[in-house]
Design a protein around this ligand. Structure first.
Ligand code: SAM
Length: 228
C-alpha cells in the first residue's frame, strides 16, 4: 500500500511486495547504473519537461511521482514550486538511495517523501492532485494494472501525466523494430497499446484523455484529467 499523506512520515518506508523478482531485477539493473543514470539518460528520456509542464503545478499543492528513480523530476518540481508537497515511490531500493542523496544534497529532503513499493501490484491509499509517471510505466510488467492504479490515485479534478517511449513510428520499419527490441531487452518494452487502453478507461469513467506521439514516435505523452 502506498500512503498519500507522507509529509510527517520518515523519509523512506517500505511495505510488502507481490513481485519480489521484479524488485530484484530493478535493483540488479540500477545497482551501478544509478550512479550515471541522470547523465546517461539526459539525451534519451525525452519529453519529461513537457510532462511536468502538463501537470500545471502552479495550481496544485500535492504531487506523486510513481517510479521516481534518482529523484531528478522531484528535484525539478520542488525547486520550481516551493509550496508543493511531493512524494516519490519506486520499487528499487538502489534507485531510492540515489534519490535520497540527491534530495539531501539539494536540501529538499524535508519537503519530499520517498517510499519503496511496487506500483503495479499495490493500490495507492489516498489521492494526489497530480501524478507523474515518467518512463516508469514501460518498466512495469503489468503496466495495464499500474495504469489503472495510477488513475485511481488522482484526486477528482486532478491530472495524471505519463511520458514514456513511443512507437518510433516516424522511423523506417526496420529501425523502429530494432529500437523496440533493444528497449524490450532493457526491461522497458514500449507500451504500444497505451492509447487504446486510455480510451478504454475514458469510455467507462469521467476522465478526459490527450495522447500524442512526439519526436518521430521516440516518446509518447498522455495527459489524463479527472473530472471535478
Ligand atoms: C527509467 S527509470 C525513470 C526514473 C524517473 N522517473 C525519471 O524520469 O528519471 C524507471 C523507474 O521505474 C522504477 N520501477 C520499475 N518498475 C516499478 C514498479 N513496479 N513500481 C515502482 N517503480 C518501478 C524503476 O525502479 C526505475 O527507478
Amino acid at each position: 500500500m502506498i500512503h498519500d499523506d507522507l509529509h510527517f512520515m520518515p523519509p523512506t518506508t517500505s511495505f510488502m511486495f507481490d513481485d519480489s523478482r521484479h524488485q530484484e531485477r530493478m535493483d540488479r539493473r540500477y545497482r551501478y547504473q544509478r550512479h550515471v543514470f541522470d547523465l546517461s539518460r539526459k539525451f534519451i528520456l525525452f519529453g519529461r519537461e513537457r510532462a511536468i509542464a502538463a501537470l500545471r503545478l502552479g495550481e496544485a499543492h500535492s504531487v506523486l511521482e510513481i517510479g521516481c528513480g534518482t529523484g531528478r523530476n522531484l528535484k525539478l518540481m520542488a525547486e520550481a514550486y516551493p509550496a508543493l508537497r511531493l512524494t516519490g515511490t519506486d520499487i528499487s531500493g538502489e534507485m531510492l538511495k540515489s534519490a535520497r542523496a540527491n534530495l539531501v544534497r539539494a536540501r529538499l529532503d524535508n519537503r519530499v517523501s520517498l517510499q519503496q513499493g511496487d506500483a503495479a501490484t499495490q493500490p495507492i491509499a489516498g489521492k494526489s492532485q497530480r501524478v507523474l509517471m515518467s518512463y516508469s510505466l514501460s518498466m512495469m510488467p503489468d503496466w495495464r494494472r499500474a495504469l489503472a492504479i495510477a488513475i485511481d490515485a488522482v484526486e477528482l479534478g486532478g491530472i495524471l501525466a505519463i511520458v514514456d517511449f513511443g512507437n518510433f513510428g516516424g522511423l523506417p520499419d526496420w529501425l523502429a523494430e530494432a529500437c523496440i527490441e533493444t528497449l524490450s531487452r532493457q526491461d522497458a518494452p514500449p507500451c504500444l497499446e497505451l492509447p487504446q487502453e486510455l480510451h478504454r478507461h475514458a469510455s467507462s469513467r469521467a476522465i478526459s484523455v490527450h495522447h500524442e506521439y512526439a519526436l518521430a514516435g521516440f516518446y509518447q505523452l498522455a495527459i489524463i484529467e479527472r473530472a471535478p
